[in-house]
Write a protein that binds this ligand. Structure first.
Ligand code: S3P
Length: 428
């Protein structure tokens, strides 16, 4: 969203039953990785179902600028790989727009090349901490030319990258939980590196998981099919669950267990959600997810579940507004450093719409009620998931809920409004 000029507010209000079968666009995490590993591989990588949202398109432009052209041919994206170590110096700065994932993963790629690269992004991205990747990469040989840990940033990589052993620091309850409680973070990088031919070992033991990648791996261009994004499907499924009488199926969704914490939580809340036709595609488990209108009850979501549903807390908090009782979401420190401070943005937006919500340390607490007032305008702070979460709240509110700028949705899910309208929602 670097070229944001005029905000476009959007409102929605109480919906009748939502029904239908739809597909959501490809998973954002896997799309970024397919482009980047395709660029590092030898030969051609063909990607079906790539997410064509701003974040991923920025990564496609970045790999192209680094000498590995990514372009759409028919309905397939083709990347001409340069082989490991084969990326070249871009002519100008790489613009990652709103995308922390694009920036952080790309820093890892650049580190292994003797090139100097400037990286820029929008106001949200320029506030986000990069030290968490720059520090270990510095130890491996990356030079941070302007010696800071936020964008805009210039870095210089090396072809003499040092191997190292790195223990994740514990800057947050989320990371601490992930480490101490053996709760896995998403593992698409390990899966896709193996698929492209790298040697990756992952050993769990004594409270930590040790992941080892053999250096100078030769990656080979592959065909990748990107499954539907469970973080996008979450908005449709959440809406189906809270709008009475709904029956919605989202087909072909990634159900990798490192990503399905939201669906586990919905089931604990009493939601009628089922995974149908489980199957595998491109080394990842997928399923069709069916959700029907349900009566929800409040639950406590434990901190160790956070990594597997980190992007779903805003929408979970929105639907918790209509649950019977209190929903307590714990261990959310990482939410403060997402596209916005999602902990504060979610609580503030809920309160503005008459919902009993509060932040207590790193926890978000929502007391549900049979009626949600609505009528408030929510500041999205350049955060796509805040926008979509509050447009979901509007579907169960007495008065319309408005988000101050709906254009941000295009960073991850440009089809959101069209798909919701197909299911029966209305926006103005
Ligand atoms: C992502 C990891 C998560 C998530 C982000 C995508 C990824 O971030 O919030 O949307 O693709 O690796 P963190 O691992 O920094 O929590």
């Amino acid at each position: 969203m670097s070229d944001v000029k005029q905000p476009i507010p959007l409102s929605t209000q109480r919906a009748g039953a939502l029904t239908g079968r739809v597909r959501v666009p490809g998973d954002k995490s896997i799309s970024h990785r397919a482009l980047m590993f395709g660029a590092l591989a030898t030969g051609r990588t063909r990607v079906r179902g790539l997410l064509e949202a701003e974040d991923v398109i920025n990564t496609a432009h970045a790999v192209t600028a680094l000498g590995a052209p990514a372009a759409k041919k028919g309905d397939v994206w083709e990347i001409t790989g340069r082989g490991t170590g084969g990326l070249s110096q871009p002519e100008g700065p790489l613009d990652f727009g709103n995308s922390g994932t694009g920036t952080r993963l790309m820093l890892g790629l650049i580190a292994g090349h003797p090139i100097e690269v400037s990286m820029i992004g929008d106001a949200s991205l320029s506030r986000r901490p990069m030290g968490r990747v720059l520090n270990p990469l510095r130890q491996m040989g990356l030079e941070v030319v302007d010696d800071k840990d936020k964008l805009p940033l210039t870095v210089r990589g090396t072809d003499q990258l040092l191997p190292m052993e790195y223990t994740l620091p514990v800057p947050s309850a989320q990371v601490k939980s992930a480490v101490l409680l053996k709760e896995a973070t998403r593992d698409h990088t390990e899966r896709m590196l193996r698929y492209f031919g790298a040697e990756v070992r992952s050993e769990a033991g004594a409270g930590v998981t040790r992941i080892t990648v053999k250096g100078d791996a030769e990656l080979e261009g592959r065909d990748v099919t990107v499954p539907g994004d469970p973080s996008s499907a979450a908005f449709l499924i959440a809406a189906a669950v809270v709008v009475p009488g709904s029956d919605v199926t989202v087909e072909g969704v990634l159900v990798n267990p490192t990503r399905t914490g939201f669906y586990t939580t919905l089931k604990e809340m009493g939601a009628d959600v089922t995974f149908l036709n489980p199957r595998e595609e491109g080394g990842e488990p997928i399923a069709d997810i069916r959700a029907r209108g349900s009566k929800l009850k409040g639950v406590t979501v434990p901190p160790e579940r956070a990594p597997s549903m980190i992007d779903e807390y805003p929408v979970l908090a929105a639907i918790a507004a209509s649950a019977d009782g209190v929903t307590r979401m714990e261990g959310l420190a990482e939410l403060k450093v997402k596209e916005s401070d999602r902990l504060a943005a979610t609580a503030t937006g809920l309160i503005a719409n008459g919902v009993d919500a509060r932040v207590e340390g790193d926890a978000l607490i929502v007391r549900g009620s049979a009626t949600v007032k609505g009528g408030g305008t929510v500041a999205t702070h350049l955060d796509h998931r805040i926008a979509m979460a509050f447009l979901t709240l509007g579907l169960i509110s007495d008065a319309p809920v408005t988000v101050d700028d709906a254009r941000v949705i295009a960073t991850s899910f440009p089809e959101f409004r069209g798909l919701m309208e197909r299911l029966g929602a209305r926006y103005a």
